[in-house]
Ligand binder design. Sequence first.
Ligand SMILES: [Zn+2]
Length: 908
Amino acid sequence: MKEGQPQNIQRSEYTAPSHLIETTDLVVDINEDITTVKSVLKMSKNPAAESKAGSQDLVLDGGQDLETISIKVDGRELSSNEYSIEGEKLSLFDVPESFQLETSVAIKPQENTTLEGLYKSGGMFCTQCEAEGFRHITWYLDRPDVLSKFRTTVHANKKDYPILLSNGNDIERGEEGERHWVTWEDPFNKPAYLFALVAGDLECVEDQFTTMSGRDVKLQIFSEAHNIDKVGHGMTSLKNSMKWDEEAYGREYDLDIFMIVAVESFNMGAMENKGLNIFNTSCVLARPDTTTDAGYQRVEAVVGHEYFHNWSGNRVTCRDWFQLSLKEGFTVLRDQQFSAAMGSETVCRVNDVATLRAAQFPEDAGPMAHPIRPDSYIEINNFYTATVYEKGAEVVRMIRTILGENKFRLGTDLYFDRHDGQAVTTEDFVCAMEDANEINLEQFRRWYSQAGTPVVDALGEYDAEARTYTLTLAQSCPATPGQKNKQPFHMPITVGLLSSTGDDQALSITGDVIANKIRSASGEESVVLNFTQDKESFVFTDVPEAPVPSILRGFSAPVKLEYPYTRDDFMFLMSHDSDGFNRWEAGQRLAINVIQEMIANLQQAKAQPVEQSADIAVDQRLISAFASVLDQAIAAGKDPSFDRAMVAEMLILPSESYLAELMDVVDVDAIHQARERVRLEIATRLRPQLMTIYELCEGGYTYEATGSEIGRRDLRNIALSYLMQQGDDESVALCRKQFETAICMSDTAAAIRAVVNSSADAAVIVKSDLLETFYNRWENEALVIDLWFTMQAVCPLPGTLDTVKDLMAHPAFTLNNPNRLRSLIGAFAGQNNVNFHSVDGSGYEFLASQIIAVDAINPQIAARILGPLTRWGNYDTKRQALMKEQLNRILATENLSNNVFEIVSKSL
Ligand SMILES: [Zn+2]
């Protein structure tokens, strides 16, 4: 149990900082035992602060891990009655209006397992300061609205740490015997969370970029020597990002140097520190034989994301952490746009939405549901959520849809110009959009304050005589913690109407409804309906025949759409909708519809006094729909312009997590059984087509990370996974051959995964052999070994929990590396629904034990892997009781961190 009640911080209680810090001068002296940090801050009272009568006190943030050596004001050492240190606060009494504060502290980064502040990863020292890590390095006003110019000198042993990095430009360096030092100066004001420091024995790949105004920027990516052959793709992605941001947003890079450092032990994906991005190795390293295509795409997206933060985050930053979505939502949208520009727009959109549905919708429906701008938190690290990031991006995307591309750009230009160098709020962002375009987004602001996933019920009515089609939309939003009743949202709903031949009809709409017509490049027509009421009707005129509506094209709002489509409608939309996203969506909905019926049949049979065998025949319309998708791909032959990535997406059934999300009471076993049954039916009925695709999509001997090559491999590997569903000797032989001859990790991993997930005799015989070969081949590649752990952890076959427990004893396993921990424990709890939710509660007990163990080492990560246990409300009473029992066991643990305490207590 926690001692005392942790403090709940409220957004409404924001007050401006009492003091400002003009300059920050740091000297960090790194040693193996004690590292000292000397800080000289030029401070003054903040004229904007609400002056508390008579108070001239200054309160600084620090950590229990700081050992304070000295405190001086204007050069004079303070005596013990002039300050006090209580827990994580240093109070200085009666400080002058402006003064120089000099503190000196000792820290032990090598003992820091939380990976916040300064810590050691392998042989190098590095930092992570967002959100509140800087206070573990020195006493400071550690809040994003205190901006300062930093100058940092790093001292360390020359032999072990030849590379010493910090933000900005290096202006001076020198040597003293076995030690050396480098001074870095950052000309831009920044909050402490953007501070970074690295000391290590690193190699570097260098390149350069000329900005649109003609300035040359030096680009460097650093990694440990054994990884330096894997930074090429990151470098290409960086240059593409820099170019794209100039073209799409008119944003140019501002320093003379941009550095990325790859770090093995890192809590997050990557961090946008000014001029010195620090990356989890998993988000920057890529080499064909060690990295899957998804890994390549992730590198491109994350490199872009962190680079784009230089403007949306660094030049314009957040006033307080409640505004996190200001930088994250906007920047995720920017990285999504970038990925779309580099690859297939439709496939990117499909993936973005699939992620939103799998990660954010459950959050919105769970005990931790919060608006994209939360109202309170105990531990800010718990709010780096899919809601703040992914839904935040959807909200900014909706503004873009409402305004249109050009007006949106006017809005972002005004936002950057008006707030450059400031710490601002989401409100400032919305105001800039309004002011640049003379539009009122008052009602739209509810997306920032209301949690929950809205449901839109749509109904269409055709009047043949009047030649009108009336589309009636009704919206509602389920209650979420602290928010019982919701006000209607302002939603852009993009709609097209299909004729019986499958063509888009010309659209005209009556009434005073604002409807922007959009004509796509290929000439199809859609309108964007501004849907603002609880219930609203939109009348289309001059409609020659009853149409099939295509609603929510491009997923124009993050909602759940209900429309009484028939299975035949879905098949029609799948083959005719001009909107690629809705074509995919129709296929997904058809599959959901079919699987849900099978689930209901399974449950009914089970509920009989004597369990009966259920009718779980698969609706053959789904099989024909899949057949025609495959036939199209076969007809395209080897035509390189054919979008195989999209076909691959169409062939993937909705995930078990998303199917679970759609059920009131989740039945993990029935979901798994029904979905597997459909997979088997597809595999059996369509074997010839799948085999043809597999052969047709065979590649050459060189690896290319292009969209068309990735699409080819995706499609081929999906065909393989279906073929293996039957577990026959021929398919196992195909997997084996692919495993042995693959030239890239996507193909290697797909082959071994298909075997690992199969219970067929032929697969069982070769499984351990393949796993062993794989391990031995990649023993020294940490990221590949992560993959090796994950593929075993997510296997849906019985007995996987025992495998996971055995793997924890494997010499390559450690709780201290977040990637490794996530690859086994996180993957098991988060992706292996059937085994984690085993009705004997063993999965829950296992996760709870791991959370308790990890919390003592790294609270941030413990809190992150906790998610699956908190969603007990969606399960049957037996599982609910088992999950709550484990949550209570965690809560009863001594010295629980605020991170875990907040999530567990809120979820109970
Ligand atoms: Zn970010």
